[in-house]
Design a protein around this ligand. Sequence first.
Ligand code: ADP
Ligand code: MG
Length: 345
Amino acid sequence: VLHNTIQELKGNIRVFCRVRPRTLKEIEQTKPLCNINFIDDCTIEVSKSDGSDAIGSCSRKLRGIKQEFSFDKVFTPNASQADVFEELSLLVQSALEGYNVCVFAYGQTGSGKTYTMEGECGLQTEGMIPRTVRHIFKEMKQFELLGWEYHIEASFLEIYNEHIVDLLDSQSKTHEIRMVDNKSQDLYVSNLRVEEIHSPEELHKCLQTAQRNRAVAATQSNERSSRSHSVTRIRLIGTHTIKQEISIGNLNLVDLAGSERLKTEEAVRTTETKNINKSLANLGNVILALLKKQEHIPYRNSKLTHLLMPSLGGNSKTLMLLNISPLDECYNETLNSLRFASNVN
Ligand code: ADP
Ligand code: MG
């Protein structure tokens, strides 16, 4: 009973934590790991590794202190992409049923956000976005048997320094992309390319274009890839001619900017870095306000939450995928991430 009550209180916001394995390079470099104990499916206990004076930037007082954090689910470094997607696949079904869904990958740079969301080439290692695409078309067949017909639209964008960049249209820099609030639930984004999608292949092609444009942008501006939010939006419009019903669901898959605190010399450099930290903090504030059922939700304080406004709160489901690096040198940021996520959990 207690469990049910907690679920109800929490509404439709879930947090999963994924600890990545050490990469081959890190193994070669024999980088020390911090201590992470997987207590059960939902709980981890972390502490700074002992003899780590040489590499860790952790203060002396943190050493040896064990801290425990609980989430809706914890994935060990052995968890496969398929294991993570199994938990996510129900959300795809919800979107086909007309729910708005947001999936966020949160964590410091190098913690595995892009691996989780995009993955790598090959069926085993492909990430949540390509799996979602495949699953949509598979599930859609079931709904079609029940008389539903779907129209699919997709857009791909990046938010960098509070500017929206269209990842399907690398030429579009001359038109400013604006968000227009209108009376209906929907938020209109002007000048953003929206592709009609008829097959998984078409969606995959768009995804590749978006990834290519993102890579180009990243090389033009130093560190851009770690400082920008990348958003894949898929809109599923279902119509049932016999029942005369319509269902509109939106899936937003977001690879967030790195959550790391910036070093002081970086922090003074530009307002850009301030904007980025502000927009992540605001995402946390929006989720907290939703959890507390506050009257005022500060959606408009950042581009990311403004854009996702129709898909956060109300008739929507949100999943935060918290990515954690196992390295001891990342321990401070690991703690920051765990604290951030357990606040919204
Ligand atoms: P981020 O996007 O958070 O900066 P990446 O996704 O680029 O981090 O991951 C950093 C490195 O760790 C990459 O080399 C990636 O291939 C590897 N990696 C991340 N997660 C996993 C995982 N679950 N299994 C294997 N390798 C991973
Ligand atoms: Mg990344």
